[in-house]
Design a binder for this molecule. Structure first.
Ligand code: NDP
Length: 304
Protein backbone atom coordinates (compact mmCIF):
# COMPACT_ATOMS: atom_id res chain seq x y z
CA UNK A 1 0.00 0.00 0.00
CA UNK A 2 1.56 3.33 -0.99
CA UNK A 3 1.57 6.25 1.42
CA UNK A 4 0.05 9.62 0.52
CA UNK A 5 2.36 12.56 1.22
CA UNK A 6 -0.12 15.11 2.49
CA UNK A 7 1.21 18.44 1.26
CA UNK A 8 -1.92 20.22 2.41
CA UNK A 9 -1.32 19.16 6.03
CA UNK A 10 2.38 20.06 5.88
CA UNK A 11 1.47 23.40 4.28
CA UNK A 12 -0.90 24.14 7.18
CA UNK A 13 1.80 23.23 9.67
CA UNK A 14 4.33 25.57 8.02
CA UNK A 15 1.76 28.36 7.90
CA UNK A 16 0.94 28.01 11.57
CA UNK A 17 4.65 28.22 12.44
CA UNK A 18 4.95 31.36 10.31
CA UNK A 19 1.84 32.85 11.94
CA UNK A 20 3.31 32.30 15.41
CA UNK A 21 6.57 34.03 14.45
CA UNK A 22 4.67 36.90 12.78
CA UNK A 23 2.59 37.38 15.94
CA UNK A 24 5.81 37.56 17.94
CA UNK A 25 7.29 40.18 15.58
CA UNK A 26 4.10 42.23 15.67
CA UNK A 27 4.37 42.39 19.46
CA UNK A 28 7.68 44.12 18.79
CA UNK A 29 6.07 46.53 16.33
CA UNK A 30 7.24 44.75 13.18
CA UNK A 31 4.79 43.49 10.57
CA UNK A 32 6.20 41.62 7.55
CA UNK A 33 4.69 42.87 4.28
CA UNK A 34 4.25 41.35 0.83
CA UNK A 35 3.46 43.18 -2.41
CA UNK A 36 1.87 41.16 -5.21
CA UNK A 37 2.18 42.76 -8.62
CA UNK A 38 -0.48 41.67 -11.09
CA UNK A 39 -0.32 42.95 -14.65
CA UNK A 40 -3.40 42.64 -16.86
CA UNK A 41 -6.42 40.39 -16.56
CA UNK A 42 -4.97 36.86 -16.76
CA UNK A 43 -7.71 34.84 -14.94
CA UNK A 44 -5.43 32.12 -13.50
CA UNK A 45 -2.94 34.75 -12.30
CA UNK A 46 -5.75 36.68 -10.61
CA UNK A 47 -6.74 33.52 -8.69
CA UNK A 48 -3.11 32.87 -7.64
CA UNK A 49 -2.70 36.46 -6.41
CA UNK A 50 -6.02 36.31 -4.55
CA UNK A 51 -4.91 33.12 -2.76
CA UNK A 52 -1.57 34.67 -1.82
CA UNK A 53 -3.20 37.83 -0.45
CA UNK A 54 -5.67 35.68 1.50
CA UNK A 55 -2.84 33.60 2.99
CA UNK A 56 -1.13 36.82 4.15
CA UNK A 57 -4.35 37.92 5.89
CA UNK A 58 -4.66 34.54 7.67
CA UNK A 59 -1.08 34.75 8.93
CA UNK A 60 -1.06 38.41 10.01
CA UNK A 61 1.25 39.47 7.16
CA UNK A 62 0.54 42.87 5.61
CA UNK A 63 -0.20 42.57 1.90
CA UNK A 64 -0.62 44.99 -0.94
CA UNK A 65 -1.97 44.04 -4.31
CA UNK A 66 -0.62 46.23 -7.10
CA UNK A 67 -2.89 45.96 -10.16
CA UNK A 68 -1.43 47.36 -13.36
CA UNK A 69 -2.81 47.62 -16.90
CA UNK A 70 -1.99 44.97 -19.54
CA UNK A 71 -0.63 47.77 -21.76
CA UNK A 72 2.16 48.71 -19.34
CA UNK A 73 5.67 49.15 -20.76
CA UNK A 74 8.92 47.78 -19.31
CA UNK A 75 10.09 51.24 -18.05
CA UNK A 76 6.69 51.90 -16.42
CA UNK A 77 6.75 48.56 -14.64
CA UNK A 78 10.37 49.17 -13.61
CA UNK A 79 9.23 52.40 -11.91
CA UNK A 80 6.66 50.43 -9.91
CA UNK A 81 9.27 47.87 -8.84
CA UNK A 82 11.63 50.64 -7.74
CA UNK A 83 8.89 52.19 -5.62
CA UNK A 84 8.31 48.84 -3.89
CA UNK A 85 12.07 48.31 -3.45
CA UNK A 86 12.20 51.57 -1.49
CA UNK A 87 8.98 51.00 0.47
CA UNK A 88 9.67 50.28 4.15
CA UNK A 89 6.32 48.48 4.62
CA UNK A 90 7.24 45.89 2.00
CA UNK A 91 9.60 43.00 2.72
CA UNK A 92 8.68 40.76 -0.20
CA UNK A 93 7.85 41.56 -3.82
CA UNK A 94 6.29 38.99 -6.07
CA UNK A 95 5.69 39.68 -9.73
CA UNK A 96 2.99 37.30 -10.93
CA UNK A 97 4.04 35.58 -14.16
CA UNK A 98 3.44 35.49 -17.06
CA UNK A 99 3.88 39.17 -17.89
CA UNK A 100 2.41 40.56 -21.15
CA UNK A 101 4.51 40.00 -24.26
CA UNK A 102 5.70 43.60 -24.61
CA UNK A 103 7.27 43.52 -21.13
CA UNK A 104 10.81 42.17 -20.79
CA UNK A 105 10.26 39.74 -17.91
CA UNK A 106 13.94 39.16 -17.17
CA UNK A 107 14.60 42.92 -16.88
CA UNK A 108 11.73 43.22 -14.40
CA UNK A 109 12.75 40.21 -12.28
CA UNK A 110 16.35 41.46 -12.19
CA UNK A 111 15.14 44.84 -10.88
CA UNK A 112 13.58 43.37 -7.73
CA UNK A 113 15.77 44.06 -4.68
CA UNK A 114 17.41 40.65 -4.00
CA UNK A 115 16.58 41.08 -0.29
CA UNK A 116 12.87 41.34 -1.21
CA UNK A 117 12.96 38.65 -3.91
CA UNK A 118 10.61 36.16 -2.21
CA UNK A 119 10.30 34.07 -5.40
CA UNK A 120 14.07 33.56 -5.47
CA UNK A 121 14.32 34.42 -9.18
CA UNK A 122 16.94 37.22 -8.98
CA UNK A 123 20.39 36.19 -10.32
CA UNK A 124 21.93 37.02 -6.94
CA UNK A 125 19.65 34.51 -5.23
CA UNK A 126 20.14 31.98 -8.04
CA UNK A 127 23.90 32.31 -7.49
CA UNK A 128 23.46 31.87 -3.74
CA UNK A 129 21.43 28.73 -4.38
CA UNK A 130 24.13 27.39 -6.72
CA UNK A 131 26.81 28.10 -4.12
CA UNK A 132 24.65 26.68 -1.32
CA UNK A 133 24.93 29.92 0.62
CA UNK A 134 22.01 31.52 2.50
CA UNK A 135 19.44 33.38 0.41
CA UNK A 136 15.82 33.32 -0.73
CA UNK A 137 14.96 30.09 -2.56
CA UNK A 138 12.17 29.48 -5.12
CA UNK A 139 8.99 28.51 -3.24
CA UNK A 140 7.96 25.28 -4.99
CA UNK A 141 11.34 23.49 -4.82
CA UNK A 142 12.02 24.57 -1.25
CA UNK A 143 8.49 23.48 -0.31
CA UNK A 144 9.19 20.02 -1.76
CA UNK A 145 12.38 19.73 0.29
CA UNK A 146 10.46 20.73 3.40
CA UNK A 147 7.86 18.03 2.66
CA UNK A 148 10.56 15.37 2.26
CA UNK A 149 12.17 16.46 5.53
CA UNK A 150 8.94 16.50 7.52
CA UNK A 151 7.83 13.16 6.05
CA UNK A 152 11.26 11.75 6.99
CA UNK A 153 12.16 10.72 3.47
CA UNK A 154 15.90 10.16 3.18
CA UNK A 155 17.56 12.13 0.39
CA UNK A 156 21.25 11.58 1.07
CA UNK A 157 22.89 9.03 -1.19
CA UNK A 158 19.72 8.26 -3.11
CA UNK A 159 19.12 8.42 -6.85
CA UNK A 160 16.93 11.44 -7.61
CA UNK A 161 15.55 12.03 -11.09
CA UNK A 162 13.97 15.41 -11.86
CA UNK A 163 11.90 15.60 -15.04
CA UNK A 164 11.84 19.26 -16.12
CA UNK A 165 14.61 21.88 -16.18
CA UNK A 166 12.74 25.16 -15.75
CA UNK A 167 14.26 28.01 -13.74
CA UNK A 168 11.21 27.95 -11.46
CA UNK A 169 11.00 24.28 -10.55
CA UNK A 170 13.30 21.69 -12.16
CA UNK A 171 16.69 23.41 -11.98
CA UNK A 172 16.45 24.80 -8.43
CA UNK A 173 14.95 21.53 -7.18
CA UNK A 174 17.87 19.58 -8.66
CA UNK A 175 20.33 21.92 -6.90
CA UNK A 176 18.57 21.58 -3.55
CA UNK A 177 18.62 17.79 -3.88
CA UNK A 178 22.30 17.90 -4.80
CA UNK A 179 23.09 20.02 -1.72
CA UNK A 180 21.46 17.32 0.36
CA UNK A 181 23.74 14.75 -1.26
CA UNK A 182 21.32 13.00 -3.57
CA UNK A 183 22.75 11.68 -6.85
CA UNK A 184 20.79 13.85 -9.25
CA UNK A 185 19.77 13.38 -12.89
CA UNK A 186 17.89 16.17 -14.69
CA UNK A 187 15.68 15.17 -17.63
CA UNK A 188 14.00 17.29 -20.29
CA UNK A 189 12.27 17.01 -23.64
CA UNK A 190 15.45 15.80 -25.39
CA UNK A 191 16.25 13.05 -22.89
CA UNK A 192 16.62 9.70 -24.64
CA UNK A 193 14.55 6.82 -23.21
CA UNK A 194 12.94 8.83 -20.41
CA UNK A 195 11.16 5.82 -18.83
CA UNK A 196 14.48 3.97 -18.42
CA UNK A 197 16.15 6.99 -16.81
CA UNK A 198 13.17 7.49 -14.49
CA UNK A 199 13.24 3.84 -13.45
CA UNK A 200 16.65 4.47 -11.85
CA UNK A 201 15.05 6.87 -9.39
CA UNK A 202 14.55 6.24 -5.69
CA UNK A 203 12.99 9.72 -5.70
CA UNK A 204 11.19 10.74 -8.89
CA UNK A 205 10.06 14.35 -9.41
CA UNK A 206 7.71 15.15 -12.31
CA UNK A 207 7.68 18.84 -13.27
CA UNK A 208 6.90 18.90 -16.97
CA UNK A 209 3.34 20.17 -17.32
CA UNK A 210 2.08 17.09 -19.23
CA UNK A 211 -1.11 15.49 -17.87
CA UNK A 212 -0.56 11.93 -16.62
CA UNK A 213 2.62 11.52 -18.68
CA UNK A 214 4.55 9.53 -16.07
CA UNK A 215 3.03 6.07 -16.20
CA UNK A 216 3.69 2.98 -14.07
CA UNK A 217 6.51 1.83 -16.39
CA UNK A 218 8.52 4.96 -15.41
CA UNK A 219 8.51 4.00 -11.74
CA UNK A 220 10.88 1.69 -9.88
CA UNK A 221 8.83 -0.32 -7.39
CA UNK A 222 8.98 1.38 -3.99
CA UNK A 223 10.17 4.76 -5.32
CA UNK A 224 8.87 8.05 -3.91
CA UNK A 225 6.88 10.05 -6.45
CA UNK A 226 6.61 13.83 -6.21
CA UNK A 227 4.18 15.29 -8.73
CA UNK A 228 4.61 19.01 -9.35
CA UNK A 229 2.40 19.23 -12.44
CA UNK A 230 -0.98 20.94 -12.38
CA UNK A 231 -3.00 20.23 -15.52
CA UNK A 232 -6.69 20.93 -16.10
CA UNK A 233 -8.48 18.24 -18.10
CA UNK A 234 -11.79 19.17 -19.72
CA UNK A 235 -12.09 16.34 -22.25
CA UNK A 236 -14.36 13.49 -21.03
CA UNK A 237 -12.40 10.80 -22.89
CA UNK A 238 -9.13 11.96 -21.35
CA UNK A 239 -10.70 12.16 -17.88
CA UNK A 240 -12.00 8.60 -18.34
CA UNK A 241 -8.54 7.43 -19.36
CA UNK A 242 -7.06 8.80 -16.11
CA UNK A 243 -9.87 8.36 -13.63
CA UNK A 244 -12.26 5.78 -15.17
CA UNK A 245 -13.88 3.62 -12.47
CA UNK A 246 -12.81 5.94 -9.62
CA UNK A 247 -14.88 8.45 -7.59
CA UNK A 248 -12.99 11.32 -9.22
CA UNK A 249 -14.99 10.67 -12.41
CA UNK A 250 -18.03 11.95 -10.46
CA UNK A 251 -16.12 15.17 -9.73
CA UNK A 252 -15.39 15.53 -13.41
CA UNK A 253 -19.05 15.04 -14.36
CA UNK A 254 -20.17 17.59 -11.77
CA UNK A 255 -17.64 20.28 -12.69
CA UNK A 256 -16.83 19.53 -16.34
CA UNK A 257 -13.13 19.73 -15.51
CA UNK A 258 -10.62 18.04 -13.26
CA UNK A 259 -7.05 18.64 -12.13
CA UNK A 260 -4.39 16.05 -12.75
CA UNK A 261 -0.65 16.06 -12.19
CA UNK A 262 2.11 14.88 -14.50
CA UNK A 263 1.89 11.41 -12.96
CA UNK A 264 -0.75 8.96 -14.13
CA UNK A 265 -2.90 7.89 -11.14
CA UNK A 266 -2.26 4.22 -11.95
CA UNK A 267 1.47 4.78 -11.33
CA UNK A 268 0.80 5.55 -7.65
CA UNK A 269 0.42 1.93 -6.61
CA UNK A 270 3.96 1.12 -7.79
CA UNK A 271 5.44 3.78 -5.47
CA UNK A 272 6.04 3.56 -1.72
CA UNK A 273 4.75 7.14 -1.33
CA UNK A 274 3.38 9.86 -3.58
CA UNK A 275 2.05 13.41 -3.57
CA UNK A 276 -1.57 13.72 -4.73
CA UNK A 277 -2.89 16.41 -7.12
CA UNK A 278 -4.51 18.51 -5.80
CA UNK A 279 -3.32 18.64 -2.19
CA UNK A 280 0.33 17.71 -2.71
CA UNK A 281 2.93 20.22 -3.86
CA UNK A 282 0.52 23.12 -4.55
CA UNK A 283 -0.24 24.05 -0.90
CA UNK A 284 3.48 23.95 -0.08
CA UNK A 285 4.27 26.63 -2.65
CA UNK A 286 2.04 29.21 -1.00
CA UNK A 287 3.18 28.21 2.50
CA UNK A 288 6.81 28.74 1.48
CA UNK A 289 5.97 32.12 -0.03
CA UNK A 290 4.75 33.13 3.41
CA UNK A 291 7.86 31.63 5.03
CA UNK A 292 10.08 33.52 2.54
CA UNK A 293 8.30 36.80 3.31
CA UNK A 294 8.95 36.24 7.01
CA UNK A 295 12.59 35.30 6.27
CA UNK A 296 13.03 38.47 4.18
CA UNK A 297 11.50 40.64 6.93
CA UNK A 298 13.78 39.17 9.55
CA UNK A 299 16.93 39.29 7.39
CA UNK A 300 16.34 42.89 6.27
CA UNK A 301 16.20 44.01 9.91
CA UNK A 302 19.20 41.96 10.94
CA UNK A 303 17.08 39.87 13.32
CA UNK A 304 17.17 36.09 13.49
P1 NDP B 1 7.93 24.66 -17.95
O1 NDP B 1 7.00 24.53 -19.10
O2 NDP B 1 8.72 25.91 -17.76
O3 NDP B 1 9.01 23.46 -18.02
C1 NDP B 1 8.62 22.16 -18.35
C2 NDP B 1 9.85 21.28 -18.40
O4 NDP B 1 9.41 19.96 -18.69
C3 NDP B 1 10.85 21.69 -19.47
O5 NDP B 1 12.16 21.62 -18.97
C4 NDP B 1 10.62 20.66 -20.57
O6 NDP B 1 11.79 20.32 -21.29
C5 NDP B 1 10.18 19.46 -19.77
N1 NDP B 1 9.36 18.58 -20.60
C6 NDP B 1 8.23 18.91 -21.28
N2 NDP B 1 7.77 17.85 -21.97
C7 NDP B 1 8.62 16.83 -21.71
C8 NDP B 1 8.69 15.49 -22.13
N3 NDP B 1 7.78 14.97 -22.96
N4 NDP B 1 9.71 14.72 -21.68
C9 NDP B 1 10.63 15.24 -20.84
N5 NDP B 1 10.61 16.52 -20.39
C10 NDP B 1 9.63 17.30 -20.84
O7 NDP B 1 7.08 24.30 -16.67
P2 NDP B 1 7.28 24.66 -15.10
O8 NDP B 1 8.56 24.08 -14.62
O9 NDP B 1 7.01 26.08 -14.86
O10 NDP B 1 6.06 23.84 -14.51
C11 NDP B 1 5.96 22.44 -14.64
C12 NDP B 1 4.61 21.99 -14.12
O11 NDP B 1 4.53 22.29 -12.74
C13 NDP B 1 3.40 22.68 -14.75
O12 NDP B 1 2.33 21.75 -14.80
C14 NDP B 1 3.05 23.77 -13.77
O13 NDP B 1 1.68 24.11 -13.82
C15 NDP B 1 3.38 23.09 -12.48
N6 NDP B 1 3.73 24.00 -11.39
C16 NDP B 1 3.17 23.73 -10.19
C17 NDP B 1 3.46 24.48 -9.11
C18 NDP B 1 2.84 24.11 -7.81
O14 NDP B 1 2.77 24.94 -6.93
N7 NDP B 1 2.41 22.86 -7.65
C19 NDP B 1 4.34 25.65 -9.19
C20 NDP B 1 4.97 25.81 -10.49
C21 NDP B 1 4.64 25.01 -11.54
P3 NDP B 1 12.57 21.38 -22.25
O15 NDP B 1 13.31 22.28 -21.31
O16 NDP B 1 13.46 20.51 -23.06
O17 NDP B 1 11.52 22.09 -23.04
Amino acid sequence: MSRILDGAAVGRQIKSEVAARVADLRQRGIQPGLAAVLVGEHPASAVYVKNKVQACAELGIYSRRVDLPATITTPELLDQIRLLNGDEAIDGILVQLPLPQQVESRVILNAVDPQKDVDGFHPENVGRLCANSPGLRPCTPVGIMELLKRERIEVRGREAVVVGRSDIVGKPLALLLLHQSATVTICHSRTVDLPAVCRRADLLFAAMGKAGFVTADFVKPGAVLVDVGINRVTDAGQAEQFFGGTPRMEDFRAKGAILIGDVHPRAHSVASAYTPVPGGVGPLTIAMLMANTLQAAVARRGLN
